[in-house]
Design a protein around this ligand. Sequence first.
Ligand code: PGA
Length: 248
Amino acid sequence: MKRVKFVAGNWKMNTTRASAVALAKAIAKGAVAGVTLGVAPPFVYIDAVGQALAGSPVLLGAQDVYPQPNGAFTGEISVEMLKDLGVAFCLTGHSERRHILLESSDLVAAKARAVYAGGLTLIHCVGEKIEQRDAGQTLAVVQAQLDEIRGGIEGPKRLVTAYEPVWAIGTGRNATDAQAQEVHAFIRESITRMWNRDFADRVRIQYGGSMKPDNARGLLSQGDVDGGLIGGASLKADSFLAIAAAAL
Ligand code: PGA
């Protein structure tokens, strides 16, 4: 099954309004056909970045969302608000939200359901901490995080999962090609059990965690690695576009 690879930049809490717009424009200018590209700026720059991307194929994304449609939820942003700005995809379960912002699995699951039900593409992130890997718990941790998307997903088109080993995020220590492929193959098998083979064949599974231009080709050539979720290397158009080129 040939899946079009999806390379998404997670800008985290970086950029200024001006640098976000400049980065978006440079990425839009360098975007090539044959790979899906997306960027997830900080909330406050989504509108400006969306305008900078107008007319380009680069998808606009959000790093987070709140599951309720509206109401007294100080500081939070709904799916409808994101859609109002032209957002096409939203992350859930990113390790920084799980481990720094202490989001529970229930909250992550509610966010994932809201993103999918609202018509956006869901990028659901899973991944183990180093002590869990060392204890041989990697696949069990990943399965528990996949269980968060068990309800409410009707088709594979708007579902993306991202395998992001926590120990690889922002550390410069990426998973090896074989480590990534092992977990990606497990995720696809697990999705086969949760839905069916055809569904699993269509779902894109991104790798994230210190993916850079010099390691992207090896990772992206693994049979079950269908793209990347890029943090640090997405903050420069050159390196982000080099990773996109490695996905072709
Ligand atoms: P990194 O971040 O590329 O800086 O390791 C990846 C991510 O958190 O999505």
